[in-house]
Design a protein around this ligand. Sequence first.
Ligand code: SAM
Ligand code: DTB
Ligand code: SF4
Length: 355
Amino acid sequence: MPNNNVAQAPIEPSNSDSLLTDARQTNSLTIKVEKGTRGAGRWPVDDVKALFDLPFNDLLYKAQSVHRENFDPNRLQLSSLLSIKTGACPEDCKYCPQSARYKTGLEVERLMRVESIVQAAKKAKANGAARFCMGAAWRSPKDADLQVVEEAVRQVKDLGLETCATLGMLNAQQAASLRDAGLDYYNHNLDTSESYYKEVITTRTYQDRLDTLAHVRGVGMNVCSGGIVGMGESRQDRAELIANLANLPEPPQSVPINNLVQVKGTPLDEVEPLDDFEFIRTIAVARITMPTSYVRLSAGREAMNDQMQALCFMAGANSVFYGEALLTTSNASVEHDRELMAKLGIDAESVNEPA
Ligand code: SAM
Ligand code: DTB
Ligand code: SF4
């Protein structure tokens, strides 16, 4: 992201960075940091990249320190997902099993009825989820469909759950009417860096995504926005993604970091998987650059062993998708998650609980 207001000095972006200072000096890095900034441009890409380049233990120590300054490290926010409209999507996102362009064998399902959505939300609540996220395979919602989603939002909220939806691009009016229905969060990911994005999606632009986020933010809804790693992108791309998120006028309240779930038939199936340590680094860098945001260890968790997940929590992840399914692919089981949380002494955060 362009940043014209920088000072070249060993100044730190936050006020508790002695470890970072040392590590950066060890690595002979020149640090460019804005003076006392807030808002756009607070994290130059070079600084984000410098975090990625730290020795692993230094990065994790720093991330865990930032985490503890802002959150209870033994609490996890649990969000459950439901695909309320599945497949037959006109977009060409190369990672996605729901695009109509790829033969993935997915069963297409029309928009669910409100009663069925609410039933799934009740189950999620009974299992201990605090937030219920409804996902639809749309480029953007049609007005008639939006009315159904809004009724579902009202009824899910009445159950005492936080509500989230991911329905594709929104204009300002659609964002306002979802807010009026009581939607707490809107999920719309930047997915990757602006330059790598063009390799992954051609049917909508990076700017379209930023515009949707601006509409959501503009009506006062909470923003959930993150990305996918393991799509064959470089470390530089990951650093640019994190910088773009951290430099939004307000960092997203929730930041999902997805590890690509490879689905047969999609163009990104069989891409070289990301090294585990690089995934953990991405979580740590998100935590340091967005200290008060919830960082969600998102898709790809089912394939991670317990030790890998524990390191992600150590790196500052404090939210997961919880429940047997993501949208169209499977997730870690509720039983296993409960066992893991018990082993690690981690409690679920209940709804309305302050961070
Ligand atoms: N259609 C809407 C949209 O794209 O904005 C909402 C649903 S879409 C499935 C939500 C997000 O899921 C995508 O932005 C992407 O980040 C993530 N996603 C989709 N397929 C994935 C996969 N195979 N692995 C990891 N994340 C994936
Ligand atoms: C997000 O960042 N990840 C979730 C949620 N937001 C909607 C979706 C993951 C989808 C994984 C592939 C699937 O199950 O279809
Ligand atoms: Fe459609 Fe969303 Fe999948 Fe892209 S990520 S193909 S917009 S469902």
